[in-house]
Design a binder for this molecule. Structure first.
Ligand SMILES: [Zn+2]
Length: 283
């Protein structure tokens, strides 16, 4: 999401919002201010907070965009007229290309999603209103997060903490698996049970997997789609394959909507964690 926001920023920042088409009717989550309030205003930058893309229009306000699981962003130059399958919203921008003598630009940012569940959404926020961003915890590279990991007494499992966007934004289950594997810690360990060395390993690993993931994303060429993440995780969703460190098979614990991948040899002292799916098979 960070790399996507950087690409959008390079493509449309500086242009003026000239119109919008709400393609999906339930996708706009705010009523006031109306999106018209931002029409005619210059887009200053596109950033990211947690899993939200943030389009900043200075003192006019902001547009937030959440792509959910299956959303993607197409940049259309010039904007298309089609509604497209799974359309959420199309923002239309115009402006000059910034170089003397260059022709004016006319760009559409078309958001759509391919999932069966309609979850991608957007918000129009007045200046000073944080909307859904209010509930987001600190970024992983912040001092606040370092303080929590190094000295906090949160009794929850580390994997749970890393997935909780109110505790730390932008890690998520995939990077949580990779970070715990790198730090050689059990996904079931509680934060407060970790000693100083383990805590430091955890903090270092979280920041390292995110930095590596971002570097890979920046190298990606091609579309602006939120990428299929699975490709660049080290261990997430790779159960059954050899651990990249010790070669023993990776294991998983399955939940309703996600699974935890870990190496028993490297992370749990050889202990295989109970898995509902596994125990059903055994019976
Ligand atoms: Zn291993």
């Amino acid at each position: 999401m960070q790399a996507l926001s950087e690409r959008l920023d390079a493509t449309v920042a500086g242009l003026t919002l000239v119109g919008y088409e709400p393609v999906g009717f339930s996708a706009l989550k705010t009523v006031v201010p109306a999106p018209e309030a931002l029409v005619g205003r210059a887009l200053e930058r596109v950033g990211r907070q947690g899993k939200y893309l943030v389009f900043e229009f200075g003192d006019a306000g902001r547009i937030l965009l959440h792509l959910s699981q299956a959303g993607r962003v197409d940049v259309e130059e010039p904007p298309k007229k089609t509604r497209g399958k799974g359309g959420v919203v199309r923002l239309r921008f115009e402006g000059d290309a910034g170089e003397p003598g260059s022709t004016s630009r006319n760009v559409g940012v078309f958001v759509r999603e391919f999932g069966t569940e309609r979850k991608a959404a957007w918000w129009v926020l007045a200046p000073g209103d944080d909307g859904p961003l209010e509930r987001l915890g600190p970024e992983p590279d912040s001092g606040e997060f370092a303080e929590l990991v190094l000295h906090g007494d949160d009794g929850r499992r580390v994997h749970t903490i890393l997935r909780d966007q109110r505790t730390v934004t932008g890690v998520g289950r995939g990077y949580a698996d990779d970070a715990l594997w790198r730090a050689q810690l059990s996904p079931y360990a509680s934060l407060k049970s970790l000693d100083a060395d383990e805590r430091l390993r955890l903090l270092t690993a979280v920041r390292a997997v995110l930095a590596d993931g971002l570097e890979l994303e920046r190298k990606r060429t091609g579309g602006l789609a939120e990428p299929k993440l699975g490709e660049h995780f080290e261990v997430h969703a790779r159960h059954g394959t050899p651990c990249p460190r010790c070669g023993d098979p990776m294991r998983r614990v399955s939940y309703e909507s996600y699974e935890v991948t870990y190496c028993p040899t490297c992370q749990t002292g050889g202990k295989v964690l109970a898995d509902r799916r596994l125990s059903r098979l055994v019976k």
